[in-house]
Design a protein around this ligand. Sequence first.
Ligand code: TXA
Ligand code: MG
Length: 350
Amino acid sequence: MPRPLPEIVRIDWPAGHDAPPTATDAALDRAAAVLRGGGLVAVPTETVYGLAADALDEAAVEGIFRAKGRPATNPLIVHVADVAMARSLASNWPEAADRITASLWPGPVTVVVPKAAAIPDAVTAGGPTVALRCPAHPLARRLIARSGIPLAAPSANRSEQVSPTTAHHVLESLGSKVSLILDGGPCDRGIESTVIDCTVTPPRILRPGPLARADLEAAVGGPVAWPSGGHAGGEPARSPGSRARHYCPKTPLELPADPAARVAGLLAAGNRVGWLVLSADERARSLAGSRDLVVVPMPADPAAYARQLYATLHALDQRQLDRLVADPPPTDEAWRAVTDRLSRAAEAGS
Ligand code: TXA
Ligand code: MG
């Protein structure tokens, strides 16, 4: 018999209220019970939706890998309620982790530290370190506190697909592979957390994200390194998820140097094209009348762009287009995370 579709519970928790309304409270109790029983729950965070399981239960963690079709070699992030819980999962707490977590948690930054023995090998892909994050989303934090367990949670999508920023994206990607989805509305940041390796000196960013290098350097009180060797081949052993071909839309995406010319060429060859434009110049406007072209104006601010990026890719994937083209973002550091995700998405087509 096919498994039933998941229950989706709309979570309503107005800002400024300490305790959630009754229905939300009951949903949190059910979610905590599913997690304690070794099951999977999709939960919103401020970055993207996560697919959560008890991080200390090896069989539950294996369930995450099965549901996502994720290679066992790609380790998971463990979500904690606070710094005390994080420290209990580390065999050693480096100075850099201490400073980063003291000033930037709860928030979209994940620290990689030496792992405690209690963490199953499945979580860390057999490695000696563990990635820890305290999410800022009140729902995620309540769920961790309510269940009393640290939650292993990768993004709640099939492996290599675009991460979900709404409950609907989770449903589309995972379907009946998850039994309960907590729907907290669209995610605020829209791209995955910044991951920083605190076991090396200076600490090194493994995955750029919502928190910029300058934020991390201010927290650490010293320099922070970028990934060595670019994102395609950099440090596969250190952060397996940072290999290219990740975050891929189903429709091939490219980032050409002259997007207007490329779009015109694709249209002339009979393609239906989606175009993520940063500046609506004359050529974009002149092509915009074409029946075979969907023009999506993207925000000129990197944080706003990040918030909309995955939702835009999900929406364009629904439109039966042949190709997607994105204007290359500006080259300054503020755009690093967006450029990283766009280039990975573009890898699929090449
Ligand atoms: O924002 C986020 O981080 C989201 C939400 C749900 O919290 N989670 C997320 O998880 O993006 P995931 O599994 O899609 O990405 C985890 C990243 C991968 O790049 C993985 O290789 C890296 O973290 N990672 C996990 N454990 C690691 C470790 N011990 N050492 C180095 N990198 C690690
Ligand atoms: Mg992911």
